[in-house]
Design a binder for this molecule. Structure first.
Ligand code: C6P
Length: 417
């Protein structure tokens, strides 16, 4: 570890070097320098076991699910439904049929907007989101409200990047049909008080969708304890493949909702007079699903179950704490998002530089970060900035990599200023 820093670099019992061995991409070199991957908010890397599970499926039992009268289809169907059960257990949902396969968080939110939203949100109603949402949790509600003649209400966020809870609860009334909030902000790392958010919404009879895209990889999620109506996330941010995601919904609610797309597995019976829809969860799964993706996500969940979650959380807490200490000690650096409750995201600006220039130069040193508005333009606008540099951490990152980020930033500063 680089000991030149004045900030304290704590030691950790978490065997991160052993865990890094599970992720082949972490051995990559970028321009003859070790890759320092700090863009986990955009997507996480995949352990070998996930890559193996996908390859094994295609090599040994590639087939369509719920359709074939043959061995391969049976095997594929079994693995696909087993993966659904793994997601159920991962979220602690009551039933496997409360788990709907989608393409990702964005599609899951669009599904709820198009199905629940269209059926339940009428002129004069309102939908409440927060000022720190990702575009995927803004635009579907904006479009729905425009079409329905409903009002989109925006819960305020303070200068530290925290939800102003009183401001949020003041927006709720008997016409609030839905509250849709990020569990964790992708741009700021703020952890929202989701249990309190749900309770306040339920007190006025509103349903709640939690966007778990940035939360699921950091600690165990329990949808029954949260008592949310919908919970959504993407496989690719949970060490699984891209192109697959999850919509969790309470059984009773999903049963009342109309289908979202039509054709394939969501059909029970078709005649030219009328069509009967399949039961949950298939009612919401039109067409051939991403079978390999689902199996890959199941393998990612299996992988996570081999890790000690308290050790993972302690290591990640150490990473973000250390990154903050180094950021505070760095001349001319402004942290964007200083919530008391935050996780694994360090968003910042360096005086006199543009985030894109910082990101490009860091990349030349092998350090991968994201720059820009992070698909959260409204919160950037509130802070009066075009964007930030965002380092986002996962459990396979090391304190040395935090040092590599700041060594890189020192070089950037000397190059640009
Ligand atoms: N955020 C980021 O770099 P999809 O693209 O559907 O998998 O996830 C969309 C999404 C929704 N909500 C939140 C809170 C998110 O962070 C994201 C994706 C990535 O921050 C890519 S923009």
């Amino acid at each position: 570890m680089n000991t030149s820093t004045t900030a304290s670099a704590p030691t950790t019992p978490f065997d991160v070097e052993r865990i890094r061995e599970d992720f082949p991409i972490l051995k990559r070199q970028i321009d003859a320098q070790p890759l320092v991957y700090l863009d986990n908010g955009a997507t996480t890397q995949k352990p070998q076991s996930v890559l193996d599970a996908i390859e094994h499926y295609y090599q040994h039992y590639n087939s369509n699910v719920h359709r074939g009268a043959h061995c391969l289809s049976d095997e594929a169907t079994h693995a696909f439904e087993q993966a659904r059960e793994k997601v159920r257990a991962f979220l602690n949902a009551r039933h496997a049929h409360e788990i709907i396969w989608t393409k990702g968080t964005t599609e899951s939110i669009n599904l709820v907007a198009a199905s629940f939203g269209k059926a339940e949100v009428q002129a004069g109603d309102n939908v409440v989101i927060s000022a720190m949402e990702h575009h995927s949790n803004i635009v579907p509600w904006q479009m729905l409200c425009e079409q329905a003649g409903a009002e989109l209400r925006i819960a305020p966020v303070n200068a530290k990047g925290e939800l102003v809870f009183d401001g949020y609860s003041a927006l709720l009334d008997s016409r609030t049909r839905l509250v849709a909030m990020a569990h964790v902000s992708n741009a700021l790392g703020t952890i929202n008080p989701v249990k309190k958010i749900v309770e306040a919404a339920q007190a006025v009879g509103a349903k709640v969708l939690l966007d778990g895209a940035q939360a699921v990889s950091h600690w165990p999620t329990d949808v029954q304890a949260l008592d949310c109506d919908f919970y959504v996330f993407s496989s690719h941010k949970l060490f699984g493949p891209t192109g697959v995601g999850i919509l969790y919904g309470k059984e009773a609610l999903l049963n009342t909702m109309p289908p979202y797309q039509f054709g394939g597995e969501m059909i029970e019976h078709v005649s030219f007079k009328r069509t009967l829809f399949n039961q949950l969860p298939y009612k919401f799964e039109a067409g051939t699903p991403n079978i390999a993706g689902a199996i890959g996500l199941g393998a990612a969940i299996d992988y996570l179950s081999t890790l000690e979650s308290t050790a993972v959380m302690a290591h990640e807490a150490e990473l973000i704490k250390y990154a903050h200490e180094r950021a505070i000690a760095f001349d001319g650096l402004t942290i964007v998002g200083e919530a008391e409750q935050k996780t694994s995201v360090l968003s910042f600006l360096i005086d006199g530089t543009h985030p894109h220039d910082v990101g490009t130069l860091l990349d030349q040193m092998g350090v991968a970060v994201r720059t820009g508005h992070h698909c959260a333009m409204p919160i950037m606008e509130q802070f009066g900035i075009p964007g930030t540099v965002r380092a986002s951490f996962s459990f396979y990152n090391t304190l040395d990599e935090v040092d590599a980020l700041f060594t890189g930033l020192e070089k950037v500063r000397s190059m640009l200023l």
